[in-house]
Design a protein around this ligand. Structure first.
Ligand SMILES: [Zn+2]
Length: 474
């Protein structure tokens, strides 16, 4: 492998999160009952005409801005013809000649620039549901006509790691810009990989293979590793690499040929004569640019430079938009970023599945305030958090009262109980010098029993040691 340079380009599809489809007013909801969101247009019935969705075009432009693309002021839609049962019209409407967004780039952490060729807008096809048991295939057209972004990169990626870092950043920018939700497990973001190998230092590219069906970042990495090893082996043996499209089988960890060069499709692109060109003015673009939300990399910079958070914290806080938003709302309520970050990184994230925070920033900060005021212990605070998780209306103070965890066990109370315990257990006090841990645990146990676990364990520990050491000194 050291003998070769790997050349990788990616094609990424992301479904826009508009309310309706690209050319009709059907709901953009692919998870609904099959064929619940269809109309004569997206079923391609004769006589139905497309009506472009302004929001989809605006979101495509915003997405382009998130990658510093040049925004084309005029575009038009074209028909790309091919036959497949999930495409009732026999063609897909896309932008070939004049994509909505041109160029753009992402910088990897290493400082390497990955250039984009384009981002264009097109409609998604339907979905085939294969039923192995019945041996039937059913067509679901909920997805037909859903607005889709296609991003094409230049062949600037050289390793599986770079591909994954790039994809993570792409996903983050789509999500933070509010244009696409990119739920990969639901097919909301898909990726094809173009890969070729060439002897190190040579300019001309080798024969290129396109790999399809990659639906997780992990499978992209595995497919790149597998395919580059396969190419290197063929080249080492002096064999020729066929230019072809291959399908990645994630279960088996191998790629298999889908269609060879002779199977390259002639898509016969024609203008879609049912539609006018789309024009956006400089003013439109400026107005949209003003609405582009802050992106994760901008938050990272801000959290490090203005809030003084360590890199590790900012990485995690900006990994998902839900976490970032929760953090921002929480520091509005308690302006102590490091303290809030610590609570989120340890106690909130430990309770999340897929980064879904099921507690409001108001509830969360109320709990922290109760701990700070020593009304409840940290241990009880976590129990309280579990109790109101998933219940956004619950008032933490009220629930804490119901749970009987509001202690009112002050430092003074702890000190007086510990003083009593010390005078009642002379032997234990004597043993403190030889077996400090054992004695400490004994007093902690007694104290918790007397306070029904409501004493703050950290404070209690400090007080016990202080009073025991005081005794020793006497
Ligand atoms: Zn429709």
């Amino acid at each position: 492998m050291e003998k070769y340079d790997i050349v990788i380009g990616l094609e990424i599809h992301a479904e826009l999160n508009t309310a309706t489809k690209l050319f009709c007013s059907c709901k953009n909801d692919t998870a609904a009952e099959p064929n619940a969101n269809v109309c004569p247009y997206c079923m391609s019935l004769p006589g139905a005409f497309p009506r472009p969705n302004r929001v989809a075009i605006e979101k495509a432009i915003l997405a382009g801005m998130a990658f510093d693309c040049k925004i084309n002021e005029q575009t038009f839609f074209e028909r790309k013809h091919y036959f497949y049962p999930d495409l009732p019209a026999g063609y897909q409407i896309t932008q070939l000649d004049q994509p909505q967004c041109l160029g753009g780039h992402i910088m990897l952490k290493s400082g390497k620039k990955i250039r984009l060729n384009r981002i264009h807008l097109e409609e998604d096809a339907g979905k085939l549901n294969h039923n192995e048991v019945l041996g039937e295939t059913l067509v679901d057209l909920n997805r037909a006509g859903v607005p889709l972004l296609e991003m094409v990169t230049e062949p600037d990626i050289s390793t599986a790691q770079e591909a994954v870092e790039f994809l993570e950043e792409v996903r983050s920018r789509f999500v933070f810009s509010g244009t696409a939700n990119c739920r990969m497990e639901e097919g909301g973001m898909r990726c094809d990989v173009n890969i070729s190998l060439k002897p190190k230092g040579r300019k001309e590219f080798g024969a290129r293979v396109e790999m399809k069906n990659l639906n997780s970042f992990r499978s992209v990495a595995r497919a790149i590793e597998y395919e580059s090893t396969r190419h290197a082996k063929l080249l080492d043996d002096g064999k020729k690499i066929d230019m072809e499209t291959r399908k990645w089988n994630d279960g088996k960890g191998i790629s298999t040929s889908m269609r060879g060069k002779e199977g390259v499709l002639d898509y016969m692109h024609y203008n879609d004569h049912d539609q006018y060109p789309i024009r956006v003015t400089e003013d439109d673009i400026a107005q949209l640019r003003a609405t582009l939300p802050k992106l994760a990399h901008e938050y990272r910079k801000e959290f490090t430079e203005s809030l003084g958070l360590p890199e590790y914290d900012t990485e995690i806080l900006t990994r998902e938009k839900s976490i970032c938003t929760f953090f921002l709302l929480s520091i509005d309520l308690i302006p102590e970023p490091k303290k809030i970050a610590n609570w989120i990184l340890t106690d909130v994230l430990a309770r999340c599945t897929n980064y879904e925070i099921r507690i409001t920033a108001e509830q969360f900060t109320k709990i922290i305030k109760m701990v700070d005021a020593r009304k409840i212990t940290k241990t009880n605070a976590l129990e309280l958090m579990d109790k109101i998780w998933d219940n956004p209306k619950a008032d933490p103070e009220k629930i804490a009262k119901e749970m009987g965890i509001i202690g009112g066990v002050t430092e003074k109370d702890i000190a007086s109980i510990v003083t009593e315990l010390i005078s009642a257990n002379a032997q234990a006090v004597t043993d403190y010098t030889s077996t400090p841990d054992k004695v400490l645990n004994f007093f902690m146990g007694q104290l918790m029993k007397r306070t029904q676990g409501k004493a703050d364990s950290v404070i209690a520990r400090e007080i016990i040691i202080k009073l025991l050491v005081g005794k020793d000194n006497v």
